[in-house]
Write a protein that binds this ligand. Structure first.
Ligand code: ASP
Ligand code: CP
Length: 310
């Protein structure tokens, strides 16, 4: 049997049954959320602190909503107005929060490995909400839940992850999760935006959209992460869109039932055309956001159950 999860720091190293159990629990929350009947007593008396050192719309809001739907006390720490600005370190900040007996600490940080570092220092269960270019585990879980609900499972699917793979923690978490659950993963993008270790991760690399998308079940687009580029790695947004942006013509290469996904935030007209992003049949981008709440509820409940403070 897979060991109980104490923290959620990365998908890499997780066992398929642990992933499957989180997805099954999340699935049960989807219906409860839709009917407004989520169990508000499950995390009563527990404290969740959101500690976001990088910007976020979806992840931060959905962790807050997830915690509140399960009855936790949720605190969104505003890093911009905290004592971090007076020079307090990450570890001192975390140990201060820990002293307040926080049970669940959700952290997003620009440094890869920051959540793992915290997990060694605090008693709270630590959840990685995105660390540098390393991982974004709850994003991969919500993507998997969305795919599973539409295509019936993950085993035997072919998924193309396209664009700025080099800087994408979403891509890395998805590569680990989808490969562990029996999907074949392709990465598609210009050589400057594909990490050198891609093939070592067991994925197939393609440098043109037509062959990369041929017959795939899922097209997952990524944002061009200019904020992580020290120098420009693409000629111009217009040219990038011409070669790598998903439009209706390029989507025709994928299987007719293929899903279109994007973790958000989207740069419309750069990595994806609005006509594809808003296509009510092919695009599941809005549903990904909905699944984010259910997945985060499942993660919070699972960690609170097995956590050191329980
Ligand atoms: N929101 C996702 C992340 O924080 C993807 C992105 O920003 O492009 O990793
Ligand atoms: N997908 C995602 O993590 O979105 P935010 O950066 O808005 O949280």
């Amino acid at each position: 049997m897979a060991p109980p999860l104490k923290h959620l720091l990365a998908i890499e190293g997780m066992y398929p049954p642990q992933i499957g159990a989180l997805l099954d629990l999340a699935e049960s929350f989807v219906l409860l959320n839709r009917t407004g009947t989520a169990p508000r007593n499950r995390l009563r008396g527990r404290t969740l602190i959101n500690l976001f050192f990088e910007d976020s719309t979806r992840t931060r809001t959905s962790f807050e909503l997830a915690g509140k739907r399960l009855g936790a006390d949720v605190i969104n720490m505003s890093v911009a107005t905290s004592s971090v600005n007076k020079g307090e370190t990450l570890l001192d900040t975390a140990s201060t929060l820990n002293a307040m007996n926080c049970d669940l600490l959700v952290i997003r940080h620009a440094a890869s490995g920051a959540p793992a570092l915290l997990a060694r220092k605090v008693e709270a269960a630590v959840i990685n909400a995105g660390d540098g270019t390393h991982e974004h585990p709850t994003q991969a879980l919500l993507d998997a839940l969305t795919i599973r609900r539409h295509l019936g499972g993950l085993q035997g699917l072919t998924v193309a992850i396209c664009g700025d793979v080099l800087h994408s923690r979403v891509a890395r978490s998805n590569i680990f999760l989808l490969s562990a659950m029996g999907s074949q993963v392709r990465v598609v993008g210009p050589p400057t935006l594909i990490p050198p270790e891609a093939e070592r991760l067991g994925v197939k690399v393609f440098h043109d959209m037509a062959s990369g998308l041929a017959g795939v079940d899922v097209v997952m687009m990524l944002r061009l992460q200019q904020e992580r580029m020290a120098r420009s790695l693409v000629p111009s947004a217009r040219e990038y869109f011409r070669f790598w942006g998903l439009d209706e013509a390029k989507l025709k290469h994928a299987a007719p039932h293929a899903l279109v996904m994007h973790p958000g935030p989207m740069n419309r007209g750069v990595e994806i055309a609005s006509s594809v992003a808003d296509d009510p049949v092919r695009s599941v981008i809005r549903e990904q956001v909905e699944m984010g709440v259910a997945v985060r509820m499942a993660v919070l409940e699972t960690l609170a159950r097995s956590g050191t403070n329980s």
